[in-house]
Design a protein around this ligand. Structure first.
Ligand code: NAP
Length: 308
């Protein structure tokens, strides 16, 4: 079966995101606002920006982009982030990665206020997701889990192999799968031979950035694969798995494009809505916990706000 990220995104948007934005307008007379900071010009980032902006417009999120020149200094960027942190009208800040080489990416990410860090990468948020507490979690990892859940793919007690160990995808998805009681193996460039691990997997999350790294013969027949990889070959977008070769031989597989990408944008918006609501509930710990649990469940639940 094909894991259709666009279909998931449409359903989650209709059932969860749009109705909740409607509730916000009615209840608070405002909508969540995101500030995206982009340094320099990169065609891949530009295409991701356009997709995000279109999506935010669809659910009536207030979004604006601060486009900065490549030569901007680290100090100037930190000052701009500081302004956004202190602007009470902004609920979420997104700094487009990768940044130019003369900048310390960790330092920049750490400077984003944890309450507005909708990428879930600042130290406080990382601590929360490694402790298995629901919070702002990197959107691509959330999206991969949301796809598995949407297709009711069993996770509990299964062997999940995550290929890739980055902070933005591999590590958070491994933690999310652990939280769902999978047994998790994390592979990376020194895991040789890779098929020794992938052949035993019930679930594979491919998050590497190498075209068709995972092929027929490396996986079991009943495996479920979420391909997060984004690779451009001769202008064509391709994943980390050989989709055409694998699709008739596995239980589930997500295509690239049309799989993980739409799920990522959807969960990024979901993070923004959570950040907005946590801000409204800032003096009420019970309500905050309730909201975190609600969004951690990832399932489309209908248009009723369970917490307010
Ligand atoms: P990254 O930081 O470069 O990490 C890649 C990981 O893959 C590393 O852990 C690396 O191992 C591992 N790796 C490299 N070659 C390998 C091999 N031959 N076998 C096994 N593991 C190998 O990349 P990332 O930021 O996590 O992104 C991964 C992919 O996701 C990229 O294609 C990126 O464009 C894509 N992406 C997709 C979305 C989406 O929404 N779908 C969002 C963001 C990024 P080492 O740690 O040993 O180097």
């Amino acid at each position: 079966m094909i894991i259709d990220g666009r279909k998931f995104s449409q359903e989650y948007t209709d059932k969860v995101l749009t109705p909740r934005c409607e509730v916000f307008k009615e209840k608070y007379n405002k909508v969540p606002k995101i500030s995206t900071i982009i340094v320099g010009e990169d065609p891949a980032s530009e295409s991701y920006r356009r997709i995000r902006e279109k999506f935010f417009a669809k659910i009536c999120v207030d979004s604006y982009v601060i486009q900065l020149p490549e030569e901007i200094t680290e100090k100037e960027l930190l000052d701009i982030i500081d302004e956004q942190n202190n602007d009470d009208s902004i609920d979420g800040i997104l700094v487009q990665l990768p940044l130019p080489k003369h900048m310390d990416e960790d330092k920049i990410i750490e400077s984003i206020s944890p309450d507005k860090d909708i990428e879930g990468l600042s130290p406080g948020n990382v601590y929360a997701w490694t402790k298995s507490s629901p919070n702002l979690i990197p959107a691509t990892a959330l999206g991969a889990l949301a796809l598995l859940k949407h297709y009711q793919i069993p996770i509990h007690g299964k062997h999940a192999v995550v290929v890739g160990r980055s902070m933005i995808i591999g590590k958070p998805i491994a933690h999310l799968l652990l939280r769902e009681h999978a047994t998790v193996t994390i592979c990376h460039s020194r895991s040789k031979p890779l098929e020794k691990y992938t052949k035993d997997a019930d679930i594979i999350i491919a998050a590497v950035g190498r075209t068709h790294l995972i092929q027929k013969g490396m996986v079991k027949k009943d495996v479920a694969i979420v391909d997060v990889g984004v690779n451009f070959e001769d202008g064509k977008l391709m994943g980390d798995t050989d989709f055409d070769d694998l699709k008739d031989d596995v239980a589930y597989i997500s295509p690239v494009p049309g799989g993980s990408g739409p799920a990522t944008v959807t969960m990024l918006a979901s993070n923004l809505l959570l950040a907005f609501e946590l801000k409204q509930a800032k003096d009420d710990i019970n309500l905050q916990n309730c909201l975190r649990e609600y969004y951690a469940d990832y399932e489309a639940k209908g248009d009723k706000d369970p917490c307010i």
